[in-house]
Structure formats: C-alpha cells, structure tokens
Design a protein around this ligand. Structure first.
Ligand code: C2O
Ligand code: CU
Length: 443
C-alpha cells in the first residue's frame, strides 16, 4: 500500500528535521504570542453547488464558497488563520502556495502537521513578508481535495501602496479551475463571460491564478498590457505587449496591468473549452470580440529589463541536482498504471535534496515525457537561469511553480534560507500522487 508507505516516509523525514542541529526552533514556526494584525477563519465543509446547467454537485469548500474567500492582507502584517474542519472525512490542511512561511506553517499533512479531522481546529500564523498574488489550498490528498474546491486566492498589498494611494483602480482576481463533476472550466467559479464596468482611463490589474492541474492559456484583446508580476514577484520595468497568449503553469500566477481604453477589453481563455472570460467596458455591457487565431506564447525568459542578480549561472553552487522526468509503467494501489518518474524513481523512492542552511542550490529539470510538469518548490523561490541551454535575459524571473514543457530543460537556483522539511513536486497533482514528489531537507 503506497499511501501508508508514503506517509511513513514523510514522518521519518519530519522527525529527522526536528532533531537537526543547525535548525533553530524559533525559525520553524510563525510568531505565536503577539496579537495578530488580521484574523481569518476558514471552515472546510461539504457544499452543494448549483451549476448554471441546473445540475447540483457536491463540492468541498472553505466557508461554503467556490473558490474560497479571497484573503487580502498587507505586507508586514502578522496573519492568523483559524482552520476548522466541519465534515471533510479525510481531514484537511491549508498550504500557502508561494508564501515562504516558516516550515511549521506550511500546511503539508504528514510532514509539517497532521491533517485536521472533522470537529478539529488548527491555527496558522505567519508574517506576510512578500507582496503580490498567491493562493491557498488543502495539502491533504490534494489531488482530490483541490479538484473538489478546497482552495482560494490570497493577495498581499505592498506597504508603499497604502502610504501613497494612487488613482482608484480596478483590481480583480480571476481563478482558473475545473471542478470535479462540474463539467467544464470556470473562471472564479463562473462559466460564461463576466461583464464589468470600467471607466476609460482607469488603471486595471488582473490577477490570474491557475488552480487547475494543467496549463491555463489566456489572451487579452482590445488593449496593450504589461505582465507586471509572475508568481507574486514584480517584473522589473515590464514592456507593453499585445496579441500574445499567456501560458500559466498549474499553480502559477500572472498579474497583468493596463489602462482602460475607450472600447471594451476582453480576457479570454483559449485552448480549453471556451466561451469563458471577462469583458470590461465603459458601461458594463457589450459583446466579446471573436477569439484570435493562434497567438504566439509570451516568453518570460527575455521580458522586462535586467537588474543585478543575487547570483547567476556563473556562481559557485554548493549543491547541483539534476532531475529527469519520464513516464514508466508500475503499480499504484495494486493496479498497473503509468507512473511519473524522477530519475527513474517514483515517490517515496525519488531523490531527496539534502542541503545546509545558506547553500546556493542549483537544479536542472529535464522533461523527457510527453506532458507538462509544473514544478513547485515549497518555502523558497527559484531564479530561472536558463532554458534549453540559453541564459535568461531581461528582468530576473523568480518563480515558485515552473512549467517544464515536453522536451524542455531548465536550470534554476535558490538560496536555502528557510530551514525545515519542504516538498518539491509537480503541480499536476495527479502526477504528484503517482510519483512526482520529492523532499527538500535541511541537514
Ligand atoms: Cu500548491 Cu505542494 O502545493
Ligand atoms: Cu507532472
């Protein structure tokens, strides 16, 4: 039984970490005694959702909402989130996807905490140190629970914005997801086109979150725009672009910005069953323009303008890992199936990344399979150094979820500055379940 096996392996790693000498206990949890600046309560619960088709499906949600409520906070605040489980039988957690929180707050069942069972509670605490667009989701049987709706958006506003309020702007969060049994993709829980009013001249920020397990493709038609942030990290000096397709990795986020023109602007989703999107127009009505035939895919590797990097390809790396992704036949839950392998192994036999605090760590990802693998590292952000042998140029490209497409090779690096036990896995959560999961361990 692979489940039991996996859980044991995780527990062993966890206890290994708590005994480690170089790890100080205070860094492993969020501030526990101070009064929080902001409090949220999220209750995991079974929820009947009625779909536009008239059909009703059982979703699993936080606070009865699909997606869960947007958690908005400000940089520097101490956040407390109380998680309650009303009636999700297998238990739930909350993982703060993209937030580099202390290890004990990371929300990984079987590794950093136990799953919160029905009738139980768990309190998360962390300081919102980053800014930008993130999301949260259950990390207990996540391939099932995220599909069923246990996720929501999280936005951290920068402290500077608060001090110098600009022109009133339109700031909208849009989450791409396909609900288990929901029969089609949704944008923030809605099928079809959402229409909003936006006066010409209004600065607009759209926060695009891909909460599904395969890449999301967006097109913005009707205005040039900037890709202002990737995975919560601001792009330095982003150029104006138009007529491109944005590919957002499963688990990834893009913020795009533009100034509302006189005519309507349409954000559409291509390459998945269509007819969904956001229409902005001066009076909140209008028709969506027809979809644009194949637009080139936006390339983050050469976008924006450069700033000095904390480290680059020529750095001396303390650790150098190479991971080759492949598919192989094997047994899962007693059935012969295609398993997703890293260096020929499936979890829990996959490589373990052993590091020491302070290490500069390089990872090379090589995708020899026929599917995308959005690689997500918990607790750290990766700097993309190269793709297919070519060094990235432009603004530093920091990511927590990197889509590695079939045939691609990436070099990335990160500073090991957040002690603990962390997951590094494919965010196609089905792949993570059948093989593509690794652990990063501070020794
Ligand atoms: Cu968004 Cu380990 O997950
Ligand atoms: Cu994968």
């Amino acid at each position: 039984n692979r489940h039991a096996h996996a859980a044991n392996a995780q527990e062993q790693h966890a206890s290994g970490v708590s005994r480690g000498q170089s790890v100080s206990v205070t860094e492993l949890t969020g501030p526990r005694s101070e009064i929080p600046d902001r409090r949220f309560t999220l209750t995991a619960q079974k929820t009947q959702l009625s779909l536009p088709s008239g059909k009703s499906v059982e979703a699993w949600t936080y606070n009865g909402q699909y997606p869960g409520p947007e958690l908005r906070m400000r940089e520097g605040e101490l956040i407390e989130v109380v998680l309650e489980n009303k009636d999700i039988p297998e238990g739930v957690t909350i993982h703060w996807h993209g937030l580099n929180v202390p290890n004990a707050e990371d929300g990984v069942a079987g590794a950093t905490q136990d799953a919160v069972l029905p009738g139980e509670k768990h309190v998360y605490r962390f300081v919102a140190k980053q800014t930008g667009t993130y999301w949260y989701h259950s990390h207990q049987q996540s391939s099932v629970q995220v599909k069923k709706g246990l996720f929501g958006p999280l936005v951290i506003e920068s402290a500077n914005e608060a001090k110098s309020p600009k022109q009133p702007s339109l700031d909208l969060t849009l989450v791409h997801h396909k609900l288990n049994g929901g029969g089609g993709f949704t944008l923030s829980g809605k099928q079809g086109v959402t229409k909003e009013q936006a006066a010409p001249g209004t600065p607009v920020r759209l926060r695009l979150i891909n909460a599904d397990s395969s890449p999301a493709y967006f097109q913005l038609l009707g205005s040039p725009y900037q890709v202002a942030a990737i995975d919560g990290n601001d792009v330095h000096d982003p150029n104006l672009i138009a007529n491109q397709t944005l590919l957002i990795a499963a688990g990834g986020r893009y913020d795009i910005t533009f100034t509302m023109p006189q005519r309507p602007v349409f954000l559409s989703q291509s390459r998945s069953d269509g007819g969904r999107g956001l229409l902005l127009s001066p009076d909140g009505t209008g028709e969506a323009p027809p979809p644009h035939p194949d637009l080139p895919v936006f390339d983050p590797a050469g976008y924006g303008s450069p700033v000095p990097l904390p480290f680059d390809r020529a750095a001396r790396f303390d650790r150098d890992f190479r991971f080759v992704f492949d598919v192989q036949l094997g047994f899962y839950d007693g059935r012969l199936d295609g398993l997703w392998a890293i260096n020929g192994k499936v979890f829990p036999d996959t490589p373990m990344l052993m590091v020491q605090e302070g290490d500069l760590v390089k990872m090379t990802f090589v995708n020899r399979s026929y599917m995308d693998h959005p690689m997500h590292l918990h607790g750290h952000h990766m700097l993309v150094l190269s793709r297919n042998g070519t060094a990235t140029t432009g603004s530093p490209w920091w990511t927590d979820t990197l889509n590695v497409a079939p045939g691609e090779t990436y070099e990335v690096a990160f500073r090991a500055d957040n002690p603990g036990l962390w997951m590094d896995h494919c965010h196609n959560l089905t792949h993570a379940r059948v093989g593509m999961t690794m652990h990063l361990v501070y020794e």
